[in-house]
Design a binder for this molecule. Structure first.
Ligand code: 2HA
Ligand code: ZN
Length: 272
């Protein structure tokens, strides 16, 4: 059995959480990540028959039975993941009943649990896997500018997506499906999980107004890059929203971009 500390997925989780922390996306215990692992990947490092503890997830995820995830822990700080991966993260498998999570590694203090946002994560994985069988990552964080923008911009998915697209040339290419937006809701609940998962059927980015962002993708790099691009657009918006706008990217130019790069964009979000 190989040393799990050398596993690429553990290293990538460490690097990603450290980058997110340094970008001010994850203060204190803010943010959480779940990353779907393949059984053969896990079996190189762990005896998958040894369950350390179990958790009741409080909901059913029938499509995820037998699936493995590396997840960040409830109350854990992204700042600390790199220093002590085995304390701040866990590897879980969804049991045969679809509602129990079996811990196979991590949360070594013996009491810690997976992220409080596990419902939103697992429900989002289910939703994304239906539209993209290659989806493996769901990531939540609190980027400063996207959060700020939800205080001053209308929370309409079409208008919000259009504004973000206008903020930089690459946006419509990186998230051609736009972003979905939820109003303020109580976090950590099944309700916000269900609402997020429903929106995840249409887009890989779901904004939680006055709270943060959910991003999904096929690997950590892609998902991180997606959130990074949305956050950069929001940063530009927050720099210019109070200034007279003299120039912008026209709808005809957004269309030209989307067509040139061959992306399947939300045509109904453009006037052109
Ligand atoms: O894990 O970000 O939404 C802390 C949070 C809750
Ligand atoms: Zn949060």
């Amino acid at each position: 059995m190989k040393d799990i500390m050398t596993a690429p997925f553990v290293k990538e989780m460490c690097e990603t959480t450290a980058n997110m922390y340094r970008l001010y996306w994850d203060e204190r215990n803010g943010g959480n990540i779940s990353y779907l692992l393949h059984e053969d990947e896990v079996a190189e490092y762990l005896d998958t028959t040894k369950v350390i503890r179990t958790f009741d997830t409080g909901f059913e995820a029938p499509d995820l039975i037998g699936k493995y995830f590396i997840v960040t822990g409830s109350g854990k700080y992204f700042k600390n993941v790199e220093k002590d991966p085995e304390d701040n993260m866990g590897i879980i498998r969804i049991a045969e009943d679809g509602t129990t999570a079996e811990l196979l590694w991590g949360f070594k203090d013996g009491v810690s649990r997976p992220t409080s946002e596990l419902p939103a994560h697992l429900m989002s994985h289910q939703a994304r896997l239906k539209v993209d069988p290659e989806n493996r990552v769901v990531l939540h964080c609190h980027p400063t500018n996207i959060l700020a923008m939800t205080y001053v911009h209308e929370l309409d998915a079409k208008k919000f997506s259009h504004t973000l697209w206008e903020m930089s040339t690459e946006c419509i290419v990186v998230f051609p499906e736009g972003v979905e937006v939820l109003p303020w809701m109580l976090c950590g609940t099944n309700s916000i999980g269900e609402a997020t998962a429903e929106k995840m059927q249409n887009a890989r980015v779901v904004l939680w107004a006055m709270h943060g962002i959910y991003g999904a993708g096929k690997d950590l790099d892609e998902t991180f890059g997606l959130v990074e691009t949305v956050e950069k657009a929001a940063m530009i918006y927050m720099k210019i929203a109070h200034l007279p706008k003299v120039n912008t990217i026209q709808d005809s130019e957004l269309k030209e971009l989307a067509e040139y790069f061959g992306v399947d964009y939300r045509k109904d979000y453009l006037e052109a």
